[in-house]
Design a protein around this ligand. Structure first.
Ligand code: SF4
Length: 492
């Protein structure tokens, strides 16, 4: 039995409690499970939160985030936090995306028409989750897309996101053959399969398209370019915008969250913060309110390529125009001249935007702009983004965020090399680098490493200086031991 089966069953049978625990919910009783779903009822976390109920998912998130359950409920009700948790994704371990919770990272996986298969995608999923991705997006555009997605959802303890237009395009001959009914069919199928959040490019309007002619790189979002092509071909408005309520009706039934796509995000530094980008962002704010009228959870996608001096403005405008819905950004890359190293160019921007208030950072791998990432590229991207998100958590003083840094620093000063490796974001790499010059077990307690050698190790010399004045390391050892309990208790 999956973790959430009994929770969902309870809500379906009407046994849910409002905050304070006195009054129970009034959902009419039906028999069934998540798979049989909600018969059209609103199953979204936001819907329950707005009626005062603290769901099991909210309790689970509160524990993970070291927050009060009531705070989680009120943030979800307000729309400032989302818990992407489709009722059909039973083995999901619920997590939250929002300003009050820790900064999250997403890893994109999925095949293309030219590369990859199910085993390779599951390997990427494993790498992504193992190294700490909080969500994954299956961006498959080739092969048997539903089969790959099912395998990913079944194997994933983290929320799975998709971009439904990719599958819709695979079902037609040309982009202009797309119709809203086909899109809705795909959206509904994916919702029934258990997709937790979907990127919907409903904010790209026909009147925005001329703005991109001034750009160097035009439209770099696949979804954005497809919608622009469709609108120009048919001389009609975006059908996702015009039928947005229909999508909300599907989303609330299965509790799918919107990731409102930034189809006009800038694709190079020269195009950053332009008219096209901001025109779309304003429409995303309008759509956020519409989704909230249905109690559907929303996050807003953001750029892209932005120089460091324009990053804060991005967050400020998103918060103002999109009513503080969680901001989910791709990077941003802060320079354009380092293909092969864009996990670094973008992690710099990601750390900054996370610090200013973005809630989730979509990773960029070293392969960005060059090819489909392999499992090792996925690892490099995830680690770069764990660093960025953690830097943001420290700068925002999130509860308990610094404990692991302090524990690792004690391990470092006390020359507990094994603990230092264990507490690292990538223990295998840290150990392998130490072993390169000093492989013997003896050196795992040595009071130096190969960087400065035994005579010049400043931390060892500090300990000697302290010993000269009669101090030992007992206090540091005690604090280290206490922190280890805290960090290990919190899952390391
Ligand atoms: S030798 Fe240098 S780098 Fe190595 S532990 Fe000592 S101070 Fe740090």
């Amino acid at each position: 039995m999956a973790l959430r089966d009994s929770w969902i069953e309870k809500r379906l049978s009407g046994e849910w409690q409002v905050a304070g625990g006195e009054q129970s919910g009034t959902t009419p009783s039906t028999h069934g499970n998540g798979t049989q779903a909600s018969n059209g009822r609103n199953m979204s976390q936001m819907h329950f939160a707005r009626q005062g109920a603290i769901t099991e998912e909210m309790h689970y998130v509160a524990k993970r985030e070291k927050l009060e359950p009531e705070l989680v409920r009120s943030e979800v009700a307000r729309g400032r936090m989302i818990i992407p948790a489709n009722v059909h994704h039973g083995n999901l371990e619920p997590m939250a995306i929002g300003i009050a919770s820790k900064c999250k990272i997403n890893a994109n996986i999925g095949n293309s028409a030219t590369s990859s298969n199910i085993d390779e995608e599951l390997k990427k999923l494993h790498h992504a989750v193992h190294y700490g991705a909080d969500t994954v997006m299956d961006l498959s555009t080739g092969g048997n897309i539903p089969e790959i997605r099912k395998a990913i959802i079944d194997a994933s303890p983290v929320p799975v996101g998709t971009v439904p237009v990719y599958e819709a395009i695979s079902r037609v001959r040309r982009p202009e053959d797309l119709t809203f009914s086909l899109m809705l069919e795909v959206i509904e199928e994916q919702a029934e399969q258990g997709v937790d959040y979907m990127t919907i490019h409903a904010g790209v309007m026909r009147e925005h398209v001329p703005f991109v002619r001034k750009r160097i790189t035009g439209i770099v979002s696949r979804g954005g370019s497809l919608m622009a092509h469709w609108m120009e071909h048919h001389k009609k408005q975006n059908f996702l915008y015009e039928n947005f309520d229909e999508i909300c009706k599907v989303f609330k039934k299965h509790d799918v969250s919107f990731s409102l796509g930034d189809g006009l995000r800038p694709g190079c530094i020269a195009d950053a913060s332009d008219e096209a980008q901001f025109a779309e962002l304003k429409v995303l704010g309008e759509l956020t309110k519409k989704a909230w009228e249905h109690d559907v959870q929303v996050m807003i996608e953001g750029p892209g390529h932005i120089p460091m001096d324009k990053i804060k403005e991005q967050v400020d405008l998103e918060m103002e125009w999109c009513h503080e819905a969680p901001f989910y950004t791709l990077g941003p890359l802060v320079i354009d001249i380092a293909p092969g190293y864009d996990h670094i160019t973008s992690a710099i921007g990601a750390a900054m935007i996370g610090w200013y208030g973005a809630s989730m950072l979509c990773y960029v791998t070293p392969k960005e702009h060059l090819g489909l990432p392999n499992p090792d590229d996925v690892k490099q991207g995830v680690i770069a983004y764990k660093i960025a998100a953690h830097a943001a958590d420290l700068a925002r003083h999130r509860p308990g965020a610094r404990d692991r840094d302090d524990a690792l620093s004690y391990a470092r000063f006390l020359f507990d090399w094994n603990k230092q490796f264990e507490l690292s974001l990538d223990p295998e790499t840290a150990r392998a680098m130490h072993d390169e010059n000093l492989p013997d077990d003896f050196y795992k307690e040595a009071k130096f490493c190969s960087m400065c050698g035994p005579k010049f190790c400043s931390m060892s010399i500090t300990q000697m200086a302290e010993a000269e004045s009669g101090q030992d390391q007992a206090e540091r050892k005690q604090k280290f031991a206490e922190l280890l309990v805290k960090v290990q208790g919190a899952g390391g």
